[in-house]
Design a protein around this ligand. Structure first.
Ligand SMILES: NC(=O)c1ccc[n+]([C@@H]2O[C@H](COP(=O)([O-])OP(=O)(O)OC[C@H]3O[C@@H](n4cnc5c(N)ncnc54)[C@H](O)[C@@H]3O)[C@@H](O)[C@H]2O)c1
Length: 339
C-alpha cells in the first residue's frame, strides 16, 4: 500500500491542527475526506486542506477508496465509529482516550483482531523527542533502576482548545467526556510512563474534584477538572501525578524520573531534557523542535511497511485501565488495583 486515502470523522480542533495538516503533508497520503455531523465544519476543513467532504458517515465507511479512518470525534462516539470502520475493512487511528470504558475499549481491540484491520490510538506523547530520548536512557541502564517519578500536565482547560469555546463544551459533560481531566490529560502521562518505564501501573490512590470549572448554567461541571494521585508500578516504582484544567498560568507538561545514579528531568522551561548525573555532570539535550506530532508518520509507516506499532489498540487499552482505576479511586476514596 503506497497511496493511502483517509477519512476523518469529526472536523474539530484535533482534525484541524494535527490530523489533517499531517496527512496533507505526507507524500504517501492521497485524498482526505472529511465528515462531521456539523456539515459546515467538514466543508471548511475540506476547503482548507484541499480535500472533500461527505454528508453522511456511511459515505466514509462504504467508500472502497478509503483505507484509513481517523476518529477525531468526541470520546463517547469512538467505540461506535471504530468498530463500524474496522468492520467495513478500514484501518483506524482513534484519538485518545480510545473509549470511555474498559468494556468499550476491549470491544474495539476485539474488532481489530476479528477483522485483521489495524487499530492505532493517538498517544502522541510517545513521539516527543525528549520522551524518546529519555526512554533510550532508561533502557540503556546507565543510570540504574528507576526508583520514583513525578509528573504533571495542566492548562487552563479544553474550553480554550476545542471547537466549542465556551463552558458548554462536551469536555465538561459526563456522558460525553466521561472521565474529564483524567481521560483528557492524565492518560497522556500514564501512557508515557508505561512506555518509558516498560512497566505497568499496579495501584493508584487519587483525589479529584470539580474545583473551579462551571458549566453553562453556572453549576460545577459533572467531571473532575483537577486530580492528584499516587501510583505504584508492578516493579515497585512509586510516583505522584497531577492533572488539571485549572492552571490559568503557563501550561505545565513535565516529568521527572529519579533513578539510582541520576535524575531525568523532562519538560523544564529551560531545556526539554536534562539528565542530572549524581556523580556530578548535568547533561542538557537541546533537541530540535518538532514540526509535527509524529503520530501520522508512524501510522502511515506501519501500514506501508506492515510493521508493529507502539500505539496499538492493546497499548491504548492498558493505558485506559490506569485512568479508569484513577477515576474509580477518586470517586470511591479508596486505593484501586489496576487489572
Ligand atoms: N492527542 C491529543 O493531544 C489530543 C488533544 C485534544 C483532544 N484530543 C482528543 O481528540 C478528540 C477530539 O477533540 P477536539 O479537541 O478536536 O474536539 P472538538 O470539539 O474540537 O471536535 C470534535 C468534533 O467532532 C464532531 N463530532 C462529535 N461527535 C460526532 C459524531 N458522532 N459524528 C461526527 N462528528 C462528530 C463535533 O461536531 C466536533 O466538530 C477527543 O477524543 C479528544 O479527547 C486529543
Amino acid at each position: 500500500m503506497t497511496n493511502i486515502s483517509v477519512g476523518i470523522i469529526g472536523s474539530g480542533s484535533m482534525a484541524e491542527h494535527r490530523h489533517a495538516p499531517e496527512y496533507a503533508a505526507h507524500h504517501q497520503v492521497g485524498e482526505i475526506v472529511f465528515y462531521d455531523r456539523n456539515q459546515d465544519r467538514a466543508e471548511r476543513l475540506a476547503n482548507k486542506f484541499k480535500g472533500r467532504s461527505v454528508h453522511r458517515i456511511e459515505d466514509l465507511f462504504n467508500d472502497p477508496c478509503i483505507h484509513l479512518i481517523s476518529d477525531c470525534s468526541s470520546n463517547e462516539t469512538h467505540m461506535f465509529n471504530t468498530i463500524e470502520a474496522l468492520n467495513k475493512g478500514k484501518h483506524v487511528l482513534c484519538e485518545k482516550p480510545m473509549a470511555n470504558t474498559i468494556e468499550e475499549a476491549k470491544a474495539m481491540v476485539e474488532a481489530s483482531k476479528k477483522t485483521g484491520k489495524r487499530l492505532f490510538i493517538a498517544h502522541n506523547q510517545r513521539f516527543v523527542r525528549a520522551h524518546q530520548r529519555a526512554k533510550d536512557i532508561v533502557d540503556s541502564g546507565s543510570l540504574g533502576k528507576v526508583l520514583s517519578f513525578k509528573t504533571t500536565f495542566s492548562h487552563r482547560g479544553p474550553e480554550h482548545w476545542g471547537t466549542t469555546k465556551s463552558n458548554a463544551t462536551w469536555f465538561f459533560k459526563k456522558e460525553r467526556s466521561y472521565s474529564g481531566v483524567i481521560g483528557d490529560m492524565g492518560i497522556h502521562k500514564m501512557d508515557l510512563l508505561r512506555y518509558i518505564l516498560s512497566d505497568e501501573m499496579e495501584e493508584v490512590s487519587a483525589f479529584g474534584g470539580a474545583i473551579h470549572k462551571q458549566d453553562e448554567n453556572h453549576e460545577p461541571i459533572e467531571v473532575y477538572d483537577h486530580v492528584t494521585s499516587i501510583l505504584r508500578t508492578k516493579r515497585g516504582v512509586l510516583g505522584d501525578a497531577s492533572f488539571s484544567w485549572t492552571n490559568y498560568g503557563k501550561e505545565e507538561n513535565s516529568m521527572t524520573l529519579y533513578l539510582e545514579k541520576g535524575a531525568i528531568h523532562i519538560g523544564r522551561e529551560e531545556c526539554p531534557l536534562i539528565v542530572e548525573e549524581y556523580s556530578g555532570d548535568n547533561v542538557r539535550y537541546d533537541l530540535e523542535s518538532q514540526k509535527n506530532s509524529g503520530v501520522i508518520d508512524h501510522v502511515i509507516h506501519c501500514l506501508t511497511h506492515n510493521v508493529s506499532s507502539i500505539i496499538s489498540g492493546e497499548e491504548g487499552l492498558e493505558s485506559l485501565k490506569v485512568v479508569a482505576a484513577m477515576k474509580e479511586s477518586a470517586e470511591s476514596r479508596s486505593i484501586c488495583t489496576i487489572q
